[in-house]
Design a protein around this ligand. Structure first.
Ligand code: G6P
Length: 592
């Protein structure tokens, strides 16, 4: 979701840096892009709807500029067009903004009364106009920023330039991600660390309410009250090379192929080194609540089964966007686990803050190091999946469920688990390599309008993820149902040849799901079965089958998502979809 990039220094062409930086941020999702740069003391703005390549064709890359800001926009206020795209300019202020100014209508009215005019429908232009108006009155940027922060409600990461001094970039942060990268005689601004890794591994984070003034030599950092504070430089320790597609046609495919490696890393980090005790002991808490969004929420649903079955303690799983508004019964005896690949999802971050205000212990299961959620929680566990670029998560989701399994088996006999989990990477690799089968299944379903997924218990949780994966990248309508619920309504949608994917990994409920399969089959459905090797099912009940190799029950459940990821990928490919960057979606949803 909206990406910010900025450069100040004489060592590089600001334009080239910003264009390249915008490309690194593309994966977050966007529908327009723009740049503001200084040319001969004047701030110039170039914007364009659609791809960054559209912007590039409009830019004169030969201009030697040493300072600029760029933005990829994911529309929230106002349609995706050139006028609404960033940077926005008002008076002497030019800015890019990520987040939502909640009281922008009220502020817009007030500024309108002062005679200010607006070109766009965005809250961001209102932010530019407000800062300009405050700067006009105070003649002091620091003062204007403090007054701005007092006046606005909502989330914002802002990078701005001011006509009066074009050697500096001002950055302001509240509830939206923003970092400053450190170079020598040059500095960088970005929404996230991967965007600057090619040039530096050193960076500074801003806490909510803080702002900074950045030029080529200095970073002056100010706390929430405008008092200058010490700049703490962090060093990124991850692997920057993963931000490259390599031999693969899409990041999604590359990331699926990385899954065996991700599991190896997790096992050697937490299981083989006998490090399981470094993971939280959930028995220490009265109630366990998991909060998350999207696939991370689905991972939480899988984790609930692991924790309840293995640790014998109840778990509630909540959508972070709902958690914030519901009556909560959480206190200092409880634990709230936030699951988030990006560590930046605004709803999940807000849920963590609420849990902390209720004095619960907060744990983050996060992939991106030093992300907002990682910094906010009391205890962070990294999923060690490496950078994930495709919007549709695969390896990060897998790492979340494996980690939840590891948390749940701490006081079990580990000898068997070690053996079983050690063979998991090879089994997963074999499953990934069943490409021809997935292609065949994909060609069977690619032209259908509706696809259903059914399963019970943990298989239902896996179905939810399979269905989400398919719809988000192939744009085919799909729904997952708890198999027993079908006959309470949805079965009316089953007609001749309707594809139904059924997942059965748990022997105990296999009989029941098989009955539900028969119910839809007898109404014309085509059945695509994902089933554990050791569960028997008569051949006439299904049309296609993917067999998951024998293993402990939880491990079979984990493996069953792989074919669903691969089939989604193949369907989207056959339909010619934009697999890594599906329409309207963002990797990192930084607005609530
Ligand atoms: C977006 C992504 C999903 C992801 C969800 C939660 O919708 O497109 O793939 O599952 O956000 O993201 P998080 O980073 O918190 O796991």
């Amino acid at each position: 979701m909206c990406g910010i990039i900025g450069y100040v220094g004489k060592k590089k062409s600001a334009l080239s840096f910003i264009v390249e930086g915008l490309k690194c941020l593309e994966y977050r999702g966007y529908d327009s892009a723009g740049i503001a740069y200084v040319d001969d003391e004047n701030i110039k703005i170039v914007k364009s709807e659609g791809q960054i390549s559209n912007l590039e064709t409009k830019l004169n890359m030969n201009v030697e500029s040493s300072i600029g800001i760029g933005h990829t926009r994911w529309a929230t206020h106002g349609i995706p067009n050139e006028i609404n795209s960033h940077p926005h300019r008002s008076g002497s202020i030019t800015l890019v903004h990520n987040g939502i100014i909640e009281n922008y209508m009220e502020i817009k009215d007030e500024l309108g009364k002062e005679g200010k005019k607006f070109l766009s429908d965005t809250d961001s232009e209102v932010a530019a106009c407000l800062i300009d108006s405050l700067f006009e009155k105070t003649k002091d940027m620091k003062e204007a920023i403090l007054l701005f922060k007092k006046k606005v409600k909502g989330s914002y990461a802002i990078a701005l330039m001011v006509d009066e001094d074009t050697s500096k970039i001002y950055v302001i942060k509240n509830l939206s991600p923003l970092i400053i990268g450190l170079g020598s005689d040059e500095n960088f601004i970005a929404s996230d660390v991967p965007a600057i890794l090619k040039w530096t591994k050193q960076y500074v984070t801003l806490s909510d309410g803080e702002f900074a003034i950045v030029d080529d030599k200095n970073i002056d950092l100010y706390d929430i009250d405008g008092v200058e504070k010490e700049v703490l430089v962090k060093t990124f320790s991850g692997d920057a090379s993963s931000i490259d597609k390599g031999e693969y046609e899409h990041f999604m495919l590359k990331e699926i192929h990385e899954e065996p490696e991700v599991i190896k890393t997790l096992i050697s980090e937490y299981l083989m080194e006998d490090n399981l005790s470094s993971l939280p002991n959930l028995r220490n808490y009265k109630n366990v609540t998991i909060v998350a969004c999207g696939s991370a929420y689905h991972a939480g649903l899988v984790g609930k089964h692991f924790i309840e079955n293995n640790l014998d303690i109840p778990v509630s799983v909540e959508l972070a966007s709902e958690f914030k508004y519901k009556k909560l019964f959480i206190n200092d005896e409880d634990v709230v686990i936030a699951i988030s690949q990006s560590g930046e999802t605004a709803d999940t971050l807000a849920a963590v803050k609420i849990a902390k205000s209720l004095k619960a212990h907060t744990i983050g299961i996060v992939n991106v190091k030093e992300s907002s959620i990682a910094r906010e929680v009391d205890e962070v566990i990294y999923t060690l999946a490496g950078s994930e670029i495709a919007v549709a998560t695969t390896k990060a989701y897998l790492s979340q469920i494996v980690l939840l399994l590891l948390i749940s088996i701490q006081d079990m006999n580990l000898v068997e688990w070690k053996k079983e989990l050690s063979s998991l990477p090879v089994k997963i690799e074999k499953l990934i390599n069943e490409e021809n089968l997935y292609k065949k299944i994909a060609s069977e379903v690619k032209d259908r309008d509706d696809i259903f997924f059914i399963g019970r218990q943990i298989d239902y949780a896996i179905c939810l993820e399979g269905s989400l994966k398919l719809k988000e990248i192939s744009y085919i309508h799909s729904e997952a149902y708890a198999a027993g619920e079908l006959k309470h309504g949805t079965i009316s949608l089953i007609s001749q040849d309707t594809p139904v994917f059924a997942v059965i990994t748990d022997e105990i409920i296999a009989e029941k799901t098989i009955s539900n399969i028969k119910e839809v089959k007898s109404r014309g459905a085509r059945i695509f079965l994902v089933i554990s090797e050791d569960i028997y099912i008569p051949e006439e009940v299904y049309d296609f089958v993917v067999v998951i190799p024998n293993a402990l029950k939880s491990i079979v459940s984990i493996m069953s998502v792989i074919p669903l990821q691969m089939i989604s990928y193949e369907v989207a490919k056959l339909r010619g979809c934009s697999i890594d960057k599906p329409r309207n979606l963002a990797k990192s949803v930084t607005v609530e």
